[in-house]
Ligand binder design. Sequence first.
Ligand SMILES: [Zn+2]
Length: 227
Amino acid sequence: MSLAEGTAAAARKFVFDHFLEHTAPPVVEQVMTASSLSREEATDVYRALEEARHLALVKGTARILMAVPFSAIATPFRVTIGDRRYFANCAWDAIAFHAMLRDDVRIGSSCHHCAAPIELEMRGGRAVRVEPVDTLVYLALPPTQWWDDITTTCANTMVFFASPEHRDASALCASATSAASLTPDQVHLLSGPIYSRKLALDYTRPSREELLDHFAAIGLTGDYWTL
Ligand SMILES: [Zn+2]
């Protein structure tokens, strides 16, 4: 591993560990102090991590907006683990906290259509409480478009609906081939290879081939699940 790669890997883990412990991201000054980097070097590391799709910065700044699944700003996706409360970027990210940490996770959110409360509990690899029972996770964009603008995708197109009827009544509802409706358990399975090693120093994002194999292995097939 080159020095640059080592620095980026260490900085990525620093960001995630900090988010986990403090429920907020580290600022550039903390990376400078922890790594003996100049401001320019630390900022370049953040930009490289954004380029590599490990995080997203607030546009025009070196401030972290998202280190998926963590959100630095308030969202409708509240995650409680023990005595810590986090904001997730989207419905998928909220459920993915369980794949990332294996801890019991409580999720408080709202129906994207009517704003009715939605509550979930993830424990032991599955959703043990889902209220209302018909709650679904809706992915309104196909996987090929997720990273066109990841901030917009997370903020606007990966949501909870209290029922299929509320999905169908929503302006977000898209054609069946360009969107997916999943149960919380399906979203947990989907999260495995993407989130379960997020806190490891040598975490790498799964390749396209690995993702396609994973989609098929958990029964997600059809036109929508191509990349
Ligand atoms: Zn609703």
